[in-house]
Design a protein around this ligand. Structure first.
Ligand code: SF4
Ligand code: SF4
Length: 115
């Protein structure tokens, strides 16, 4: 059920080109347990380290190491005025507002865990 929703949302979040090498919007993020289970496991120490630096344990020098499976919140960034890219990057068409609301509803309904 949740995997269907996740697929549905992923398909409807518009993509766009970022500034190469930029990861300024990466930081501590939360995600559903289902999406978390798709990410490689990080130790508590690695998670604590990242959190202390207000970073994400999957961020490496060359960017996101889990890009294909990155959480919905990471995908949403830059596609809505509510999460605007500080460098003005955006898709041609921002996300449909109804879909955005459904995603926030999904966040509320699912247990969110720190990535
Ligand atoms: S959305 Fe903006 S801040 Fe985030 S990685 Fe892309 S260019 Fe950088
Ligand atoms: S999962 Fe990837 S895109 Fe999301 S915050 Fe972490 S490094 Fe950035």
């Amino acid at each position: 059920m949740n995997s269907q929703k996740i697929r549905f949302f992923r398909q409807r979040i518009p993509s766009f080109e970022c500034i190469p090498g930029c990861h300024d919007c990466c930081g501590p993020v939360t995600t559903s347990s289902e999406e978390m289970a798709r990410l490689p496991r990080k130790s508590a120490a690695e998670q604590a380290d990242a959190l202390e630096n207000l970073s994400c344990p999957h961020l490496a020098e060359k960017g996101c190491t889990v890009y294909v499976e990155r959480p919905l919140i990471c995908r949403l960034f830059g596609t809505t005025p509510a999460l605007a890219c500080p460098h003005g990057k955006r898709p041609e068409m921002m996300i449909d507002e109804a879909i955005e609301q459904q995603i926030y509803q999904f966040f509320k309904e699912t247990r969110q865990v720190l990535v």
